[in-house]
Write a protein that binds this ligand. Structure first.
Ligand SMILES: [Zn+2]
Length: 250
């Protein structure tokens, strides 16, 4: 068994991002990918190639993990026993857009918080909520974000997909034309959030079928779009971040 890297507390954001990037680099090396267009993350495969050999966590996806404060528990980590569990309701063959980010989040607890005596039981409030207080949940989310959607690969794949010769500019609701892998696509866009989700839409398959919302948020955080309005990115549960409009991309 390889020894897990032990990081002295406190973990910095830079430590967390470096660890996630290190795991992705090893995965890409194992796959023998040399070009950005080769990249196609499969998080379950990454588990087999890197997470299990390095950290020896078992991955169980067949159990019902119950509820916590009336919220469905989506993932659980028992660090001492080296077990990661993902609730069966979101695990394949069920298709649920939350699966990928949840798996990355639980890998985060496993990698960042080894030897913890507590069990981590994570609901959608811990994983996808907008007001997370527990520092370890924030750390697991940071890890998941950078494991599933590494900054440089998101930027490179945006270039590969859209060949932008000028910055993306959002000026408010209206019809926008996108060049998606060489094909012109005309879309009615109702909000800044929807613009981010539209850019994410052709690329989710490169990132283990991450949700458009998660990848859209990443695109927002990377500042890829010049937002000329006062609108903010919305991660509320309304799928549109505002009033639904005909032709909106979800
Ligand atoms: Zn958690």
């Amino acid at each position: 068994m390889k020894t897990s890297p032990i990081i002295q507390k406190p973990l910095t954001r830079r430590d967390i991002i470096s660890l996630a990037e290190d795991i992705i680099i090893e995965y890409v090396k194992e796959k023998g990918w040399n070009r950005v267009e080769d990249f196609k993350l499969d998080l379950q495969e990454l588990y087999e190639y890197v997470i299990y050999p390095r950290y020896e966590y078992q991955l169980i996806q067949s159990e019902d993990l119950g509820y916590k404060e009336n919220e469905k528990v989506l993932g659980k980590v028992i660090s001492n026993d080296r077990v990661i569990l993902i609730d069966r309701s979101i695990s394949p063959p069920n298709f649920d857009a939350r699966f990928t980010f949840t798996l990355g989040h639980e890998f985060g607890h496993g990698v960042l918080h080894p030897g913890s005596k507590e069990h981590f039981r994570c609901s959608s409030k811990d994983i996808l909520g907008s007001a997370i207080i527990d520092e370890r949940e924030v750390q697991a989310n940071c890890f998941s974000e950078h494991l599933v959607m590494p900054n440089n690969l998101v930027l490179e794949l945006i270039k590969l997909c859209y060949h932008p010769d000028k910055p993306f500019i959002y000026i408010g609701q209206g019809e926008y034309c996108f060049d998606v892998f060489g094909k012109n696509v005309l879309k009615k866009i109702g909000s800044y959030t929807e613009f981010c989700r539209m850019l994410a839409w052709p690329l989710t398959g490169f990132f283990s079928d991450i949700s458009r919302l998660s990848l859209g948020l990443k695109i927002h955080k990377l500042g890829i779009i010049s937002n000329r309005t006062q609108e903010k990115f919305s991660i509320s549960n309304t799928r549109y971040g505002g009033t639904p409009k005909i032709g909106q991309v979800v």
